[in-house]
Design a protein around this ligand. Sequence first.
Ligand code: IPE
Ligand code: IPE
Ligand code: MG
Length: 252
Amino acid sequence: MNKLLSQLPADLAPEKLPQHIAIIMDGNGRWATQQGLPRIAGHRQGAKTLKELLRCCKDWGIKVLTAYAFSTENWRRPTEEVDFLMLLFEKLIHRELAQMHREGVKISFIGDLSPLPKSLQQKMQHSMLETANNQAIEFNVAVNYGGRQEITQACRHIAELVQRGELNPELINENLITQNLYTTSIPEPDLLIRTSGEMRLSNFLLWQMAYTEIYFTDTFWPEFDRSAFHQALLHYQKRNRRFGSINLTLSA
Ligand code: IPE
Ligand code: IPE
Ligand code: MG
């Protein structure tokens, strides 16, 4: 990679970079159709885009990247597409793990992994264990992830503690719920990027994104490159994050 490209662009302020970026990688199918290719070709290309973005985040000093790869609703797609995606995830882990490990990537899979093919689950567990102590960047991949499902399982777990007499209901607070999500040790996203022009959350990180800045772009995911990412970060750096307060320096 050209040295210049790997550096943070001069018009971005390093101290104002988002720590954690969440991505809804959307538009693979439409991109492929537009090229006269089958939808699966879009997923294959989308995987390359994700690999590039991960490297870019690492180069530019972003600490956490969380990508939505498969939602709890995506099982509604044709079996051939679902099967292709499961196989693609497995192949990607097999092909990319060694290099990600060398580059210091700490990988985690979030979501209900139990209905996934056993061989995929094994590869996921292995890659999480192998990279657990890496520190260059945290890379979270949401597979069979749904925000409502995540909150529901947290409620169930907390209710079980109460039922066993191990928890006083008065001690249930936002912190305890946060601790029972798949993202326990992951900070809340500062920025969400969704590609392909759709403007919705599609059940992604519902609890965690209460105060996340959202950036939508019409670009299809397979075409979301470094310069598109640069644009997203420029927009983010112009936002004024108030968290319900007021900006004292601006209010007269
Ligand atoms: C996103 O692209 C990838 C997954 C949901 C797995 P899509 O497959 O949703 O692409 P479009 O939205 O149909 O173009
Ligand atoms: C959201 O994309 C899920 C992922 C990117 C994995 P979808 O394409 O499934 O979302 P909807 O159905 O258009 O909301
Ligand atoms: Mg889509």
